[in-house]
Design a protein around this ligand. Structure first.
Ligand SMILES: *Cc1c(COP(=O)(O)O)cnc(C)c1O
Length: 326
C-alpha cells in the first residue's frame, strides 16, 4: 500500500500563491450582536461572499491549477451536492477548460440550473451521492477526465486551508475558530493551517444533528455510513467515504471540540443572519452561528465563525424569516 502523504502549512501557502489571482479575499467582520450575546468578540469570515457563493471555489481552483497541461486539456469531472460542482464549473469556465458535473437526482433544481448556466455538462443520476459517484467514475474512465473530489483530496484541502491564512492576517490574535463540518475538507485545511501557525488556537467543528457523518465516524473510530435524510444544511449531507484517505485522520488530529445543531436552530440562525447581519447565508453556512446562538459552543475570545456559503433558495429563506422574526 502507498504511504499517505498529508499536507503541510507550506502546501497551504503554495495554494494561497496559486489561487490568489482568481479567488476573493473575503471580509472578516465583527458582529456586535453576537459579541454582545456571547460576552466576547465574535467575527464572521464571510465565505458566502466568495466567488460562486462558497469557499469551494478555493479547493477547486487549487486542484485545477495543479494539473498538467495535458490533463487540463482533456478536462475535469466532479460529483457534488451542488456547491462543489458549481465551484468546479466556474473555475473551469474561467480557465476555458471542459467540465462534466455528475449529481444525484435529489439535488434541488436551482443548483442544477446554476451549473448549466456556467457552461458545464450536467449528468443527473441516481438517488444518492454514492450512485452519482459511481456514474462519475464511469464517465471519468471512458473519457480519461481528472476527478476533482469534493473534500478528500490533498490539493482541495490545501485550497480550503487558505481561509485560515486570511483569518490569521486579518485577526492575528484569534483564539477560537468555528468551522462547519461534513466531509472535513474545509475543517482539515483550516485547522491544519491554524494549528501549525499557533497550536493554542481552539478549533470547533459543527454538524447538523440529523446527519453528522464525520462526528459519528470519529466516535466509531473509523468512517461509518449514516442514513440519508433531508436537512436545511443540505451541503453538509453525504458520508465521508468508507475509504477516506485524508480528512478523517486530519480531523481526528486537529479537532478540539464539536457541536451538533438542530434544524430549528439552523433555520432560526439563517433568519437572524438576514435580519440582523444583512447576510444571505445557507443552512450549511449557518451551523456555526446556530451553535453559538444556542449556547452549544464557547472558547477564548476572540472567536471567528466561518460562514461557509450563501447559496440558498430565496423563497425558502424568506419563509424562514417569516417564521422566526420576533
Ligand atoms: C461543502 C460545504 C461545507 C462542508 O465542507 P466539507 O469540506 O465537506 O466538510 C460546508 N458549507 C458549505 C456551504 C459547503 O458547500
Amino acid at each position: 500500500m502507498n504511504q499517505t502523504i498529508f499536507p503541510t502549512l507550506a502546501d497551504i501557502y503554495k495554494a494561497w500563491r496559486r489561487i490568489g489571482g482568481l479567488i476573493r479575499q473575503t471580509p472578516l467582520v465583527l458582529s456586535e450582536r453576537l459579541s454582545h450575546l456571547w460576552g466576547g468578540e465574535v467575527y464572521l469570515k464571510l465565505e458566502n461572499l466568495q466567488l460562486t457563493g462558497t469557499f469551494k471555489a478555493r479547493g477547486a481552483a487549487n486542484k485545477i491549477f495543479s494539473l498538467t497541461e495535458e490533463e487540463k486539456k482533456r478536462g475535469v469531472i466532479a460529483f457534488s451536492t451542488g456547491n462543489h460542482g458549481r465551484a468546479t464549473a466556474y473555475i473551469c469556465r474561467s480557465l476555458g477548460l471542459p467540465v462534466v458535473i455528475c449529481l444525484s437526482e435529489r439535488v434541488p433544481s436551482f443548483r442544477v440550473e446554476a451549473m448549466k448556466a456556467l457552461g458545464a455538462e450536467v449528468v443527473a443520476h441516481g438517488q444518492s451521492q454514492d450512485e452519482a459517484y459511481q456514474k462519475a467514475l464511469e464517465i471519468k474512465n471512458d473519457r480519461r477526465l481528472t476527478m476533482v473530489a469534493p473534500f478528500d483530496d490533498f490539493e482541495v484541502i490545501c485550497g480550503q486551508g487558505t481561509i485560515a491564512l486570511e483569518i490569521i492576517s486579518q485577526l492575528p490574535e484569534v483564539k477560537t475558530v468555528v468551522v462547519p463540518l461534513s466531509g472535513g475538507g474545509l475543517f482539515s485545511g483550516v485547522a491544519l493551517a491554524l494549528k501549525s501557525i499557533n497550536p493554542s488556537i481552539n478549533t470547533i467543528g459543527v454538524s447538523m444533528t440529523v446527519a453528522p457523518a464525520m462526528i459519528r465516524s470519529l466516535q466509531a473510530g473509523k468512517p461509518v455510513e449514516i442514513p440519508e435524510v433531508d436537512s436545511l444544511a443540505d451541503a453538509l449531507l453525504g458520508g465521508i467515504g468508507l475509504d477516506n484517505q485524508l480528512t478523517f485522520e486530519l480531523t481526528r488530529c486537529y479537532l478540539d471540540r464539536f457541536a451538533e445543531v438542530t434544524e430549528e436552530e439552523i433555520g432560526r440562525s439563517m433568519a437572524q443572519a438576514l435580519i440582523f447581519e444583512r447576510q444571505v447565508i445557507e443552512g450549511s453556512g449557518a451551523v456555526g452561528l446556530a451553535a453559538l446562538e444556542s449556547d452549544k459552543i464557547t472558547g477564548p475570545s476572540p472567536m471567528v465563525i466561518v460562514v461557509s456559503g450563501g447559496n440558498v433558495d430565496m423563497t425558502n429563506l424568506l419563509r424562514l424569516v417569516e417564521k422566526y422574526k420576533t
